[in-house]
Write a protein that binds this ligand. Sequence first.
Ligand SMILES: NC(=O)c1ccc[n+]([C@@H]2O[C@H](COP(=O)([O-])OP(=O)(O)OC[C@H]3O[C@@H](n4cnc5c(N)ncnc54)[C@H](O)[C@@H]3O)[C@@H](O)[C@H]2O)c1
Length: 328
Amino acid sequence: MKNILITGGAGFIGSHLVKRFVKNYPNYNIYNVDSLTYAGDLNNLKEIENKKNYNFFRIDINNHDEIINLFKSKDISDVIHLAAESHVDKSIESSYEFAKTNVLGTLSLLEACRKVWIEPYQNNIFYHISTDEVYGSLGLDGSFNEKSKYDPNSPYSASKASSDHFVRSYYKTHKLPILISNCSNNYGPFQHKEKLIPNILNSLINREKIPIYGDGKNIRDWLFVDDHCDAIELIFKEGLVGQTYNIGGDFEISNIDLAHLIIKIFDQIKSNPAGFSEKLLEFVDDRAGHDFRYAIDHNKITKELGWRPKTNFNDGINETINWYLKKL
Ligand SMILES: NC(=O)c1ccc[n+]([C@@H]2O[C@H](COP(=O)([O-])OP(=O)(O)OC[C@H]3O[C@@H](n4cnc5c(N)ncnc54)[C@H](O)[C@@H]3O)[C@@H](O)[C@H]2O)c1
């Protein structure tokens, strides 16, 4: 029997994970804690909202007293921590909010574990979900592995890097049983439209300009959200305490090529003439501090736990486009 707290469960990745855990573990109680910022939406969870093992609490993770109460009253045994301010653009103007949620909010949860769980913490896990952006930016060659130097460039990645360090420090200092994973860019249904792929789709559906930063040559590695959740579930069950795992999609593409690809598939689905929506593309001023390239070496999780990305990008993006076409 476990009482698992998933933070940020009304967001993009969190809602996929909560639904998966509620369905896969009917004997575990799943507690979704989310403060419902603009990025959280309970509609993402409609299909499980009445399940017996699902519970939602609207709590800001920085509200330490409420977090402690929840830990005690629900006998929380494990935490999978996804709640965060997650949009790089917003972090440039609202860095303080990012430090508050991503750094202090993580600390509030770590402190709750330390205060409420009983040493030697044999039946507990604090699993922190993080990003590959903590490693900074790559040139055209190479990839990030778990030993890569932390070198964050945006206030978002700086706040996530800081939270990773705090989590690790609680393992070293307090022997708290932690896990960390750093993942590349996710895509799929239920992502907020501020993010690149939903933003392109939103513009296509509404026949608005599709803004592309700079020259569009920045490269990202894309992973379908279900594959990320496969990895999270596996790490949660089988990961070695104290370890970090890098998770990547093996699918690198420049932003402009990604936009061309999505436009092509969209026009096919809508039976538009080839190239019909290309005219919507518009290059705009580059994002300040825009990282050039991220790429992930996921050998460790592949060798040790047997995970690899399994969704072909074409299949994943078709599913995503069709979902947004129904939703938007
Ligand atoms: N989306 C990606 O491509 C990606 C890649 C790697 C890692 N991550 C990490 O995964 C996690 C989830 O990312 P996402 O894309 O689903 O984010 P998201 O922005 O879609 O969701 C974040 C959720 O956290 C909630 N939240 C924000 N501040 C809170 C607070 N103070 N207290 C309680 N809840 C709060 C929001 O309401 C929202 O539901 C984040 O930690 C992010 O850094 C995301």
